[in-house]
Design a protein around this ligand. Structure first.
Ligand SMILES: NC(=O)c1ccc[n+]([C@@H]2O[C@H](COP(=O)([O-])OP(=O)(O)OC[C@H]3O[C@@H](n4cnc5c(N)ncnc54)[C@H](O)[C@@H]3O)[C@@H](O)[C@H]2O)c1
Length: 340
């Protein structure tokens, strides 16, 4: 695969991880043509890629991955690879209404797979998630562990994850699946924990924390995830494989809140406990021996450094998040947390 990716389709490239990946990829492979297909949902933001929108090797297509009439012509042009980030991604919203999660995350993936099967690609990377495992009860989950997703979001992603695998086993589609832990970094929509806490604190607002705040996640800085995906995209002889991606850096929500409060010099009494999320997973954690041993990947940014960089980014980009926080977001936030 090494140098054979000349044209790549990235779906969901206006979202948090997708936009970080597009930027990473265009800088590393300036001669590769990138097509970014994104529906621009509430989470898709053209502002995320303003700096590269005029790059001659970057093409943006506004469209829905569930629409074969939009998807097929892109494959007809001849693609070497696909990275499918496009998804509805917020667990809380999936609890309120799962329908769009099933449409985009499962059916949308099916539409992409059908196009890839029909027109051919050299690699199809499916961005799955560690949430497909459900609880990491005793030890971090391994790739062969049973999938026991607990939220409609996680179940939709698990459906897509196994659908991709079935296209490998049934049609020999050269697909690879990644299951990453919780990402944080620049351009994350401020409904997700770390971006929510930072932006609330920059406005001296309370920090809503679910339940007792003891739910744990493994946190990875987004560019480490992008590097892992680059390796998965280019490695030879890994078709049909699943790779966990994570940083073995587990923190509960309360510790995260306290870290951010301390880094911003704000009082801890801004922590406000709110009713717990339904079916809230106590612990997500993944074993990453496989990607380390087989592809030589390791995370490079430790949690403290990543957090400081992230805080700095939100401080320097208040225009970016204030624009979001005045739109649909505020209505969702007020209804969901019953906070102003
Ligand atoms: N954020 C995390 O911590 C994390 C961890 C592991 C895996 N993932 C996975 O990584 C991917 C990206 O996550 P994110 O946090 O960047 O998400 P995000 O919500 O920030 O972005 C999702 C993007 O997909 C686009 N999109 C949604 N529905 C679409 C559709 N039908 N057609 C085309 N585009 C559509 C949105 O407009 C948006 O730009 C998702 O597949 C998610 O499941 C995320």
């Amino acid at each position: 695969m090494s140098n054979s990716i000349k044209k790549i389709l990235i779906t969901g490239g206006l979202g948090f991880i997708g936009s970080n990946f597009v930027r990473y990829f265009i800088n590393k492979y300036p001669d590769c043509q990138i097509i970014n297909l994104d529906k621009i949902t509430y989470a898709g933001n053209p502002d995320n890629l303003l700096d590269i929108q005029d790059n001659p090797n970057y093409q943006f297509v506004k469209g829905d991955i569930t629409d074969a009439k939009t998807v097929n012509p892109l494959f007809e042009q001849g693609l070497d690879a696909v990275v499918n980030f496009a998804a509805e991604t917020h667990v809380d919203r999936s609890i309120d209404d799962a329908s769009q999660f099933i449409m985009t995350d499962v059916y949308g993936t099916y539409v992409l797979l059908e196009a890839a099967r029909k027109f051919g690609v050299k690699r199809f990377v499916q961005i799955s998630t560690d949430e497909v495992y459900g609880e990491a009860v005793a030890v971090p989950c391994k790739e062969a562990d049973t999938l026991m997703p607990k939220s409609p979001y996680a179940a939709s992603k698990a459906g897509a994850d196994r659908l991709v695998y079935s296209y490998y086993t049934t049609y020999n589609l050269p697909a690879v699946i990644t299951r990453c832990s919780n990402n944080f970094g620049a351009y994350q929509y401020p409904e997700k924990l770390i971006s929510l806490l930072i932006t609330n604190l920059l406005e001296d607002k309370p920090l809503p924390i679910y339940g007792d705040g003891k739910n744990k996640r493994d946190w990875i800085y987004v560019t480490d995830h992008c590097r892992a995906l680059d390796m998965v995209l280019h490695a030879d002889n890994i078709e049909g494989e699943v790779f966990n991606v994570g940083s073995q850096c587990e923190y509960d929500n309360l510790s995260i809140a306290k870290t951010i409060l301390d880094l911003l010099g704000k009082p801890h009494d801004l922590i406000t406990f709110v009713g717990d999320r339904a079916g809230h997973v106590k612990r997500h954690a993944v074993n990453t021996d496989k990607i380390k041993n087989e592809l030589g990947w390791t995370p490079e940014t430790d949690f403290q450094t990543g957090m400081q960089k992230t805080i700095n980014w939100y401080k320097e980009n208040t225009k970016w998040w204030r624009k979001i926080k005045t739109c649909e977001y505020m209505e969702y936030y007020r209804t969901h947390y019953n906070l102003k």
